[in-house]
Design a protein around this ligand. Structure first.
Ligand code: FES
Ligand code: FES
Length: 184
């Protein structure tokens, strides 16, 4: 069957097998290997991408289900050469070690901040509760999201997701936050 999917604002038309999972379509057909394939059982969350406006575990979504829809992957977080505040927060607050969980964590965090600009630690943990990190103990991931929430609109980062209402906007200007602004 043929599908056409808009991924990170680019349209792709491909012939696929109907049984193909979205994670494999992204990684193998489109070469977007930022989304990771971990458990394949909907447990780890490493494969989280956005389908239209909603984070989904792409190991449980058929590529055919994305036909005519928009997908956002970690490759689409940065815009115009600027990191999304979520990406910058993970870097500054050491929110990763091996990085395997990180793309999914960041996509979910971006969604959270688009819907709640000032989440509590409890809300951050709840939003990320469907995703497993084997390395960090989660504390620095929460710090990273908190950092991003504090620095939305300060110059770094991409704009809102596809149709999203939050984010800093692709036209954001000015210098990004400096290292000594990192507080937690
Ligand atoms: S690979 Fe999809 S949830 Fe683990
Ligand atoms: S940083 Fe290694 S699994 Fe999260």
């Amino acid at each position: 069957m043929q599908i056409t999917v808009t991924v990170n604002d680019d349209s792709f038309t491909r012939e696929i097998e109907p049984r193909l999972l979205l994670i494999h379509f992204l990684r193998d057909d489109l070469g977007l290997t930022g989304s990771h394939w971990g458990c394949d059982t909907s447990n780890c969350g490493a494969c989280v991408v956005w389908l239209d406006e909603t984070p989904v575990k792409s190991c449980t979504v058929l590529a055919a289900m994305a036909d005519g829809h928009r997908v956002r992957t970690v490759e689409g977080l940065a815009a115009r050469g600027r990191l999304d505040p979520v990406q910058e927060g993970f870097a500054r607050c050491h929110g990763l070690q091996c990085g395997f969980c990180t793309p999914g964590m960041m996509l979910t965090a971006r969604w959270l901040l688009d819907h709640n600009r000032d989440p509590t630690d409890e809300q951050i943990r709840e939003a990320l509760s469907g995703q497993i990190c084997r390395c960090t103990g989660y504390e620095n991931i929460v710090r990273a999201v908190r950092w991003a929430a504090r620095h939305e609109g300060t110059g770094g980062g991409a704009g809102p997701g596809p149709g999203g209402s939050g984010g800093t906007g692709p036209g954001a200007t000015g210098p990004g936050p400096t290292a000594n602004e990192v507080t937690w």
